[in-house]
Design a protein around this ligand. Structure first.
Ligand SMILES: O=C(O)C(=O)C[C@]1(C(=O)O)C=C[C@@H](O)C=C1
Length: 314
């Protein structure tokens, strides 16, 4: 059994940014892999060239741009690595076709009430214009509460049906990053207005949840090191949590610490782990877990000694 339903994914490259293979990418917000600009926000009153230049002034990485109208397309062709088909006009097929003809990869947001078929049809329009470099971005449905609800099941279905990379637009709730990654999102969209704290939490989810749920097949040394760094981040979190729990156990046992060591229990937990780590196997896991368990016992004994010291001083 695997958490990662190993779905086949296509890969789309926005300039230097690869979506669909490798880590989950973050578009927008502090520390992002790419920025995006929505020219509709200013109702077309600010020139595309000015908006792009403003972002470009502080950012050398990939920029994706959503046009306000066809007049913006030359600027996008010249200065962006990708075009965004916005949720608000996903079915403006004239503009969709013109965007697809730019030859840049296209990010297609889902309109709030669009069905899966309607959404996928937009990708087909791009393909009909000779552009197969399409990623699909779930942007949420309007709900009775007046807000927007991300439909992660629909996002999964879009990936299964189309084989294209899928993104989740976290505009309404950056707290959904972990859920979106676990549901198979290849990337996350953050609104430019998101706080640094929100962006940090999203990047943490990319590392930790991505490490657990996403199998990577890196083809270069930096990519492989990036992937191993994410796994180490998840390991560190789990090792710390494990040490805390081992400490709780030492306090609950009649005889805690090294004096109360239970080798039978250790052998059983190693055997259980070996089922999930058959490559490492029981012998190697036994020495890894010995080090982990001893570190936990040392920490627990240190803390218990400190507590006793404090109690004596009071
Ligand atoms: O389960 C226990 O009895 C523990 O003390 C916890 C733990 C562990 O870290 O997993 C630590 C020492 C024992 O030898 C066995 C297991």
């Amino acid at each position: 059994m695997s958490l990662t339903a190993d779905l086949e994914r296509g890969v789309v490259r926005f300039g230097t940014l690869t979506v669909g293979a490798g880590p989950v990418v973050v578009i927008g917000g502090a520390g992002a892999d790419a920025r995006w600009i929505n020219l509709r926000e200013n109702h077309g009153r600010v020139l595309a060239s000015e908006s792009v230049a403003a972002v470009r002034a502080g950012w050398r990485g990939p920029v994706l741009v959503e046009p306000f109208s066809a007049a913006d397309l030359p600027e996008i062709a010249a200065n962006a690595v990708g075009a965004v088909v916005g949720a608000a006009w996903m079915q403006d097929f004239q503009l969709v076709r013109a965007v697809a003809r730019l030859g840049l990869p296209v990010l297609v947001q889902r309109a709030p009430s669009a069905t899966l078929e309607e959404w996928l049809a937009v990708a087909d329009y791009c393909v009909a214009e000779g552009n197969d470099r399409v990623v699909l971005c779930e942007s949420g449905s309007r709900t009775h509460l007046g807000g927007v609800t991300l439909d992660l099941a629909l996002m999964r279905a879009a990936r299964e049906r189309s084989g294209r990379p899928v993104l989740a637009d976290l505009g309404g709730d950056p707290g959904l990053a972990a859920a979106a990654i676990a549901a198979g999102a290849d990337g996350l969209l953050l609104p430019p207005g998101s706080t640094e704290r929100e962006a940090l939490a999203v990047h943490e989810a990319v590392k930790i949840v991505g490490a657990v749920t996403r199998r990577e097949d890196p083809g270069s040394l930096p990519a492989a090191r990036g992937a191993i760094d994410r796994v180490d981040a998840a390991l560190a979190l789990l090792l710390e949590r494990r040490a805390e729990l081992a400490g709780v156990i030492q306090r609950l046992k009649p005889v805690g610490g090294f004096a109360g060591r239970d080798m039978d229990r250790e052998r059983r937990l190693v055997a259980d782990m070996a089922r999930r780590a058959p490559g490492l196997g029981e012998d190697r896991l036994a020495s890894i877990m010995n080090a982990v368990i001893e570190a936990g016992l040392h920490l627990a004994e240190e803390r218990m000694a400190a507590d006793r010291g404090r109690a004596r001083a009071e």
